[in-house]
Design a protein. Structure first.
Length: 159
């Protein structure tokens, strides 16, 4: 006798991750119980093989659709932060700000009076800053969508 015997399946529902969540009544190590179970068709452990055999015998068993993905503004902000970090790491942003402040205090606000190597750093930082501002503006637009699309991380939204 198997350590895992499936007796019945209830309330099957697809998940966003590709599993099927369900409630099963099973005998596990001789004890009958009703438990939640997340099924993956290639799961070779525990109740997985028993559920697969049951599913093969009951292919028309109803499975509810997955709940819609709810995207929060915080999710969009996190994606924007990830993309900004690809352009210019936090420490690089702080270093650029500190250098700019140092140059203003030392040479004044006219960047043409700054040393050439510092001017080059400023030009590179400002180029990155323009890209960061564009990302932030795009993030604001996505955050204003209702609902925010589940696939908002796709590059097409951020281009």
């Amino acid at each position: 006798m198997s350590d895992y015997v499936l007796l019945d399946v209830f309330d099957a529902k697809h998940t966003q991750s590709g599993l099927i969540d369900m409630t099963v009544r099973a005998r596990v190590l001789g004890e009958e119980m009703t438990i939640p179970f997340s099924y993956h068709p290639h799961d070779p452990f525990g109740l997985g093989p028993a559920v697969r055999q049951w599913w093969d015998k009951n292919p028309k068993f109803p499975i509810s659709a997955a709940d819609p993905v709810v995207v929060l503004v915080a999710d969009v902000k996190a994606e924007a932060a990830r993309r900004i970090d690809l352009i210019m790491k936090d420490y690089e942003q702080r270093n650029a700000l500190a250098l700019g402040q140092e140059m203003v205090l030392t040479y004044g606000p006219d960047t043409s009076t700054w040393p050439a190597d510092k001017q080059a750093v400023l030009v590179a930082a400002m180029s990155k800053w323009e890209a960061i501002k564009a990302l932030r503006a795009t993030s604001d637009l996505i955050e204003a969508m209702s609902p925010i699309p589940a696939d908002f991380r796709e590059d097409a939204y951020w281009a």
